[in-house]
Design a protein around this ligand. Sequence first.
Ligand code: HEC
Length: 486
Amino acid sequence: MDFPLFHLDFMGNRMLIAVVAIIHVMINHPMAVGMMPLITLMEYFGYKTGDQRWDKLAHKILFVCFIVTTTAGALTGVGIWLSISLVNPYAIGSLIRIFFWGWFTEWIVFVLEVCLIMAYYLLWEKMRARPQKLNHIRIGVALSISSWLTMGVIVAILGFMMDPGDWTTPGKSGLITGMLNPLYLPQLAFRTPIAMVGAGLFAWFLLPFYVKHDIAFRLKAIRFISIWCLCWLPLLFVGALWYHDRIPTMMQGNMDVAIATQQWAGKSQSLLWITWVSAGVVVVTVTAGLLKPKLIPRVALLIPFILIIALLGQFERVREFIRKPYVIGNYMYANGIRVKDYPLLQKEGILKYATYVHVREVTEENKIIAGEDVFGIACTRCHTTQGVNSVVTKFDNLYGINTQWDSTAMAAFIKGMHNIRPFMPPFPGNDKELDALVAYIQHLKATGQTLSGMQSTGVVIAPPMPSNNRIPLSASPAAVTDVIPQ
Ligand code: HEC
């Protein structure tokens, strides 16, 4: 409401964040957080045994990770912040104030991580000689710690968004309470081992390319990596159980749709089975890698990594979804409106308090354009008009494609949508705005029109209130009581 509407009508705003964030996690977890300690360990093993093949393998794997993490990894990392601040500036505005020092620290550690990975990779040959080698390994250790720390800080924010815990209690809204939210440690206890296992499986994935002819060494490497994975797998199992156990009950209710979308929600159990089977395949292959490395064909080394990446992607998707209807648990809905501001807005209307809308009050003449504004504020963080998760298709599914939808039924549905579909926030506006929204959605169906964000159409600023009594929301009674720690 206080920012011009950014909107992608074809792919949807959620999809933009999802694509960038999931690619980032798929790179960052296995190739940075997990791989740096594994490479350092391999280098150390080579140093201890005097077998140069370990050193060479570690160096080659580092080359791939160095290139991927400093290009696609770093770009998608920045891309996440860019995309979320476009799609939900309200959420990021709150989070950056609560976690300012957390982010600040993360940024410093990230810069350190980039410097260390450059030093680690670029000095590999120069520091090969014995006395220096140990120092080089120490760089690897420092790099491993800093890679893990960057994740360690960000996970606090991700946990907070799911469940802020005591932070919402008056007087407790400090940084430390926010960091130590109920989901922080369980989520970290899950992500750390999944990153480590992912790294092992990525190293497996690279083996057929990097150790083509020296079969004896390939078998050794398969066993070495299997042991690495098997050390982390029990921790992953415990972390997953702990994390699952701490997910608030309300969010558990979203699980079916989160796993499989509403259309396939009934099939979520089958999809869950696929998840278990994939996890089983990973466990069986790494155990076989330890006991009978000879039995593992080269191509089989590729499969577990693909599976773990798919699992990681699905896990991120589910995490993002189950948090709904909130973007910050119990504090701010996914549409960017604070829970506390709802009573005021539902009474007086959202248009009155919005800055970037065409009209301030709904009339018979301006119904469609007012409805567009209301749709922009209340629905576009999750729905498009005609693209992915299109609102027209959703109503088609409810009331039929070739029928005239009943306005009263639509209005009743939207008014109670948070009860029927708890992953949607309640409708934030007043009754007139609800009418306008219904008229707009029917207009979308009739005309097939789409909605463009203000990044394409230019920014629209609302006219002043005719009665000149508009109060900025930040000074409204509901908002004044709401103190965000600086
Ligand atoms: C927090 C995100 C979010 C917001 C905000 C949101 N929705 Fe939804 N809505 C969803 C999701 C997710 C689905 C289910 C998608 C699926 O899996 O098919 C859905 C489904 C629907 C459905 C189909 C329900 C059914 O039972 O089949 C309708 C209709 C709908 N939304 C309308 C709206 C309208 C109108 C608004 C704005 C006032 C809105 N939604 C706001 C996320 C949201």
